[in-house]
Design a protein around this ligand. Sequence first.
Ligand SMILES: CC(C)(COP(=O)(O)OP(=O)(O)OC[C@H]1O[C@@H](n2cnc3c(N)ncnc32)[C@H](O)[C@@H]1OP(=O)(O)O)[C@@H](O)C(=O)NCCC(=O)NCCS
Length: 173
Amino acid sequence: MTDAVVRDADPDDLPAILAIHNANIATSTAIWDIEQVGIDNRVDWFRDRTAAAMPILVAEVDGEVAGYASYGQWRPKVGYRFCVENSVYVAERFHRRGLATALLTELIDRAARSGRVHTMIAAIESGNTGSITLHERFGFAIVGQLPEVGHKFDRWMDLTLMQRTFPVEVTSA
Ligand SMILES: CC(C)(COP(=O)(O)OP(=O)(O)OC[C@H]1O[C@@H](n2cnc3c(N)ncnc32)[C@H](O)[C@@H]1OP(=O)(O)O)[C@@H](O)C(=O)NCCC(=O)NCCS
């Protein structure tokens, strides 16, 4: 259970989202960047996701943005238009309070109701057992392992691909 409120993000949330994003770049293998990014990076991301009608959700605790989740098209070509990749990040001091669970519950509900998502992929650094367990709880299955496709913190990183599907009706080619 959590005391978080999950809602759609708005542009005023971007500084808090940026802080969580940059903390993950600095300390985790969840984001495979090395350099910190500026607010323009998140502004562009927010604009692109919003224009594509893809959700960005935040979890708020006592008025503070403590985590966020989103999905975007898995790969850019049109044939992938029913396939998305999800992401979920929670500020460290809010871990294990059910925030990621609350965010993913709503994100998956949005995907299911959109009628535009057949496949959701979670691409997780293979040592991130917390995220793998979290996604297993939501019915994601491990469908692939890519050894040594990343390098950060002076070591090779493997990528675990997890997948969940939703029924969609495709009416055009
Ligand atoms: C992974 C992450 C999103 C989980 O967020 P959270 O709010 O702490 O997750 P929840 O409290 O909802 O946890 C739900 C369940 O997931 C599993 N889980 C979460 N974090 C875990 C961890 N560090 N170790 C083991 N299991 C974990 C547990 O089964 C947990 O249930 P429990 O607390 O009842 O045992 C968070 O640790 C995080 O932001 N990590 C850095 C970024 C990241 O890895 N994002 C995912 C990228 S794919």
